[in-house]
Design a protein around this ligand. Structure first.
Ligand code: F0G
Length: 463
């Protein structure tokens, strides 16, 4: 029999089980908490320190770069080229890949200036095959589903998970069913799950209601759950931490800022950084801070509560990707904030809209849920949590085209209500005015077009 390369460890009671032994809802039978994947070399594992089968740090760094020039799909994947640190498949040839990962790290000089930092970077996970960070997790967990022989996979989603799952299931020839809250996800995302052939069910409830229904369904139906309670998802989602370090020449940034919804991604990145530190590949880890929308802020409330109690909320925000009131992975996120010395902030709808327009104006763009990172960063700088020279990376989770309706409404001045605009400071109002670019409708008349352009040119001349 093949030697086991990993086991699952409950983050609540510490129970360890074999991967195949986990319940269909991925919760611990003893304490109902979630699992994480543990390897022989993981910190605190029974075989801690055993780096048998693992090349040394320098060899790994070289190997990961070298694989990029290979013609094998698993080597080209920005997830599987790091497979030495996620040996979750019996055979890496089983990996279902769309060449995910290898996403760009952009610098955002104008946003840095606005925030009062010397430099600012964006790791753009929206540049993945289906336009969001979910692809890195989906390639991992869906490949496990294939090895386990499942025919059906399912998820509840605010849109991006469903798009990713539908695509990877289609690649693997599996059937997929998505549960999404009716009327509460962006059209771009809904269209993807249909395009990739999923059975798309819009439930008349919110995301949290979709999760509840699916959790019961997987207990009664042989269907593989691909929500982020599935710990293999997080093994894929930890790899952007590795890439980010490669892209920064292994100089660890001071701060990484992540949006928080169901609260799995922040902990996945944290796991990635901590593993590299444990293996001696980096000497320290960045702080990880999590930003939530004001209307969907259960972790923020936990963070400011002196008793640190988590209470679900009824979620409401235009950043529909993170419209989540009862986040499944909140304990994992809480642990990461505490372990990695991070903060949690909340940002208003007005602040999200402004931050998104500012990222767009750098030619980068992202979806609203990603823009909370920049809105939150500005707050953290004002609060003195970040220093001017801190090298900071925003994790942009979704592509701007995921929710083009939001962008169009913003630029047409139709997004924010008067009471939301009233919360803006005079400086923010000036920024909105400068950033807003409503489309113009004109007769096809050359003189008229030239008059408009001349007026615009005068406006942009220095005074
Ligand atoms: N950003 C985007 C664009 C997302 O789609 C999500 C989550 C998050 C951030 C939050 O990440 O849940 O790990 O804290 N979207 C899930 C979905 C819930 O169904 O697509 P998280």
């Amino acid at each position: 029999m093949k030697e086991r390369t990993y086991q699952l460890r409950c983050i609540g009671c510490g129970a360890r089980i074999a991967g195949e032994a986990v319940r269909s809802d991925f919760r611990c039978v003893d304490c109902n908490d979630l699992f994480e994947v543990e390897y022989a070399w993981s910190e605190g594992a029974p075989g801690d320190g055993s780096t048998k089968n693992l090349p040394n740090a320098n060899a790994l760094k070289w190997l990961w770069q070298e694989r990029r020039s290979s013609t094998l799909a698993v080597d080209q994947s920005g997830v599987w080229r790091f497979r030495d640190l996620l040996p979750i498949l019996e055979n890496s040839d089983h990996a279902v890949t769309l060449h995910e990962g290898n996403t760009p790290l952009y610098d955002l000089p104008r946003c840095a200036k606005v925030a009062g930092l010397n430099s600012l970077f964006a790791k753009h996970q929206g540049m993945n095959p289906t336009g969001s960070f979910k692809d890195t997790g989906m390639t991992a967990a869906l490949s496990v589903a294939v090895e386990r022989g499942f025919e059906w996979v399912a998820c509840a989603s605010t849109g991006n998970t469903s798009a990713a799952m539908a695509a990877y299931a289609a690649r693997a020839g599996l059937r997929s069913v998505v549960f999404i809250p009716e009327g509460k996800i962006a059209w771009g995302k809904l269209s993807q799950s249909m395009d990739y052939g999923a059975l798309t069910i819009q439930l008349k409830t919110d995301f949290d209601g979709c999760v509840d229904l699916l959790t019961e369904l997987v207990k009664r139906f042989p269907i593989y759950l691909l929500n982020s309670v599935n710990p293999y998802r997080l093994e894929g989602q930890k790899t952007p931490a590795f890439e980010m370090l490669e892209q920064m020449d292994w100089q660890v940034p001071e701060h990484v800022i992540v949006p928080g919804g169901n609260l799995a991604n922040s902990s996945a990145l944290g796991k990635g950084f901590l593993e590299l530190q444990h293996l001696g590949m980096i000497s320290r880890v960045p702080k990880i801070s999590i930003i939530q929308a004001e209307g969907a802020n259960p972790l923020y409330r936990w963070f400011i509560d002196s008793n640190r109690i988590m209470r679900p909320v009824k979620a409401e925000t235009r950043a529909t990707a993170i419209r989540i009131g009862n986040p499944a992975s909140w304990r994992k996120a809480a642990k990461i904030i505490e372990r990695m010395d991070g903060w949690c902030e909340q940002v208003s709808e007005q602040e999200i809209a402004l931050a998104k327009a500012e990222i767009g104006a750098e030619g980068v763009g992202c979806e609203p849920a990603s823009a909370v990172t920049f809105a939150g960063l500005k707050k953290l700088v004002r609060l003195g949590k970040l220093k001017r020279e801190d090298r900071t990376v925003l994790l942009l989770t979704g592509h701007t085209l995921k929710d083009s309706e939001y962008t169009i409404q913003y630029h047409r001045g139709e997004l924010l209500r008067p009471d939301e605009i009233a919360q803006a400071t005079p400086a923010e109002l000036r920024q909105h005015a400068a950033l807003s670019k409503p489309p113009m409708v004109m007769e096809a008349n050359l003189d008229a077009v030239m008059r408009v352009l001349e007026a615009k040119m005068k406006l942009s001349q220095p005074v």
